[in-house]
Ligand binder design. Structure first.
Ligand code: PAF
Length: 280
């Protein structure tokens, strides 16, 4: 089943709610891969009905980013959703989501500060605004987001808490290929040589996280991780940073942390993150 309007989405979900069914939402921008399908599997385990939104959200792209070339393959995505047992695809147009006169932006502090925001200053305003809309349009019992976009997951948890949106936000583990490369729609931009380099990203982070957990000096580990990424063939590194795992404040050991990174391969920007176990 497909709904292209908010009214049609609400009608279907409203019917389910009247039957007492539990509803899960999986927000996506389409170009679906195994990583997305794992979110849907989790949604179907946690709810009776699963809604997947497919919307390439223009407000989260900066002026020089890849909005125009972002992969769009709706017919293929709808086939995948049908095969995955998803009950409803919500496929709004930009004008359905942002009608003439739209003038509201949700802006967050806390976990939105630093990391991605230092390099994509309006990214989380766009994400928070569209996710707030999707949650309020669907009113699901739970919504699933991948840990691949770890800062985004923390931002969305904060958003739901701060705006009292009655939904359980569930984080799902990152799906990786056999080399450890996190699956991402943007991997489609990489050529064969770049794929080899991309596969080093996770290995460098895992090694650095182990060194951090072992108590070595964090500054030198982070410098070395950046140097290793450049040595592997990345064009530049936006950040490799250790943060406290829940609120993303500075990590000082003793608690669980997260090591997060963003790096460029040609014109493609890849992000990844790994846990830093608490030091015993
Ligand atoms: O992670 C994404 O695909 C997007 O940022 C999201 C959460 C669907 C909002 O557009």
């Amino acid at each position: 089943m497909v709904a292209a309007s908010v009214a049609a989405l609400r009608q279907t979900v409203g019917g389910w709610r009247r039957q007492g069914l539990r509803v899960a939402l999986v927000p996506t921008m389409g170009a679906l891969h195994e990583g997305h399908l794992s979110l849907m599997t989790l949604a179907l385990e946690r709810a009776d009905r699963c809604v997947v939104s497919i919307f390439v959200n223009p407000t989260q792209f900066g002026p020089n980013e890849d909005l125009d070339k972002y992969p769009r393959q709706l017919a293929r995505d709808l086939d995948l959703l049908a095969g995955a047992g998803v009950h409803l695809a919500f496929t709004p147009s930009p004008s359905e989501m942002y009608p003439e006169g739209f003038a509201t932006t949700v802006r967050l502090g806390g976990p939105a500060l630093g990391l991605e925001t230092d390099f994509r200053p309006t990214f989380f305003d766009g994400v928070a605004t569209v996710v707030a809309k999707l949650l309020l349009q669907t009113l699901p019992d739970c919504a699933i987001f991948g840990e691949k976009d770890y800062q985004q997951l923390c931002v969305i948890r904060q958003l739901a808490r701060d705006l009292d949106i009655p939904v359980e936000i569930i984080g799902a583990p990152t799906i990786r290929d056999t080399s450890g490369l996190a699956l991402s729609s943007r991997n489609a931009y990489l050529d064969a040589v770049q794929m080899v380099v991309a596969r080093r990203l996770n290995a460098v982070l895992v090694e650095a996280a182990a060194a951090l957990a072992g108590g070595d000096g964090p500054d030198s580990i982070l410098v070395r991780a950046k140097r290793d990424l450049i040595g592997a063939g990345f064009r530049s590194v936006d950040y490799v940073e250790a943060r406290e795992a829940l609120a993303l404040g500075p990590w000082r050991g003793g608690v669980e942390g997260r090591l997060l990174a963003a790096a460029w391969l040609g014109n493609t920007r890849l992000i990844d993150n790994v846990p830093i176990p608490a030091r015993s």
